[in-house]
Design a protein around this ligand. Structure first.
Ligand code: ZN
Length: 317
């Protein structure tokens, strides 16, 4: 309101000018006083002219500066936009590169997987099926120089890669489970020859009684002739069910394996394990002897499946 008061006074002064004024210049060096009559009409004209010029100039200045401001602002915005766009382009190219790298890695993974499958086929293992996704891995073309429109392509590629990797991981999990199961089955299947050497002196099944040479006898295992004291190995991993003297078998070991299998070892000279022990396939469990109902140093070896003796030679590799 103070500013408004000033204007009010100025307008009053302007109105008072109606009578006219005389401007006097009084020099201090004694020269004569010069006078100038100021007529209201003239003064108002001059003032109006000055006002108009000032207003016009101010208007031009405002217009120019606002134009300059807008232009400058637009230029800044454009520069910022270009910088962002350049950054985005770079990011896209990096994304394209990383996608390509992942694809290469995936190809390597598939190659290894196929090699493992081939190797396993050779050893007669049954494998879980390959998922369809890993087979349908083919794509088309590929951007040499990334554009913004390639973003969609990259997104699709990455989505496909992700699916592919998931499927591949699933395959590998299955493969691993399969190998583990197969290895375990092999571990507990009595297919390891229980001696370093030796030869079969008496086969499984019907035979002539070894003591009289003519009466019929059923042999529930195989006799392997070997030097006295030769090490005897567990034919498969399992728990020792029995370890000690057992009638005509002499010093005897029976091991219970998984999948219904059991093995028995007779006529040993000594026993190296105890009932209740867990023994690993290939572990020394005793030594060849001639204890019990025996004609000379040999190992009587039996394989049982669900309590029934079967021919051990069917399993031995
Ligand atoms: Zn025998």
């Amino acid at each position: 309101m103070q500013g408004f008061g000033k204007w009010k006074r100025l307008i009053q002064l302007w109105k008072q000018l109606d009578g006219g004024y005389t401007l006097m210049l009084v020099p201090h060096d004694g020269r004569s006083i010069s006078k100038k009559d100021l007529h209201t009409k003239q003064m108002k004209k001059v003032a109006t002219w000055f006002g108009a010029v000032a207003l016009g100039t101010a208007g031009v200045i405002v217009l120019l500066s606002s134009m300059l401001y807008v232009r400058n602002k637009e230029a800044n915005e454009l520069a910022a936009y270009r910088a962002i766009k350049a950054q985005q382009e770079q990011k896209l190219q990096e994304l394209a590169k990383s996608t390509e790298a992942v694809q290469k890695q995936l190809a390597v993974l598939h190659k290894i997987e196929n090699q493992v499958r081939e190797q396993m086929k050779k050893s007669g293992m049954e494998l879980p099926g390959k998922s369809e996704l890993t087979e349908k891995n083919g794509g088309k073309g590929g951007p040499s120089k990334t554009k913004v429109s390639d973003l969609v392509v990259l997104q699709e590629q990455n989505a496909l890669l992700q699916k592919n990797l998931q499927a591949s991981t699933h395959d590998w999990d299955n493969l691993l489970a399969s190998i583990k199961a197969e290895n375990y089955r092999n571990e507990v299947t009595p297919n390891l020859w229980p001696l370093d050497g030796g030869y079969i002196s008496s086969d499984f099944g019907s035979r002539a009684n070894p003591f009289d040479g003519y009466s019929s006898d059923y042999h529930p295992g195989i006799d392997i002739a070997e030097n006295y004291g030769a090490p005897v190995y567990a034919s498969a991993s399992g728990y020792v069910q029995r370890a000690g003297w057992y009638g005509g078998y002499g010093k005897y070991i029976k091991i219970s394996h998984d999948y219904g299998y059991a093995t028995a070892y007779g006529h040993l000279s000594s026993i190296e394990i105890s009932a209740g022990d867990y023994v690993s396939k290939g572990q020394i469990i005793g030594y060849v002897g001639s204890t019990g109902y025996s004609t000379g140093p040999h190992l009587h070896f039996e394989v049982l499946l669900y309590g029934e003796q079967v021919n051990p030679r069917r399993l031995i590799k």
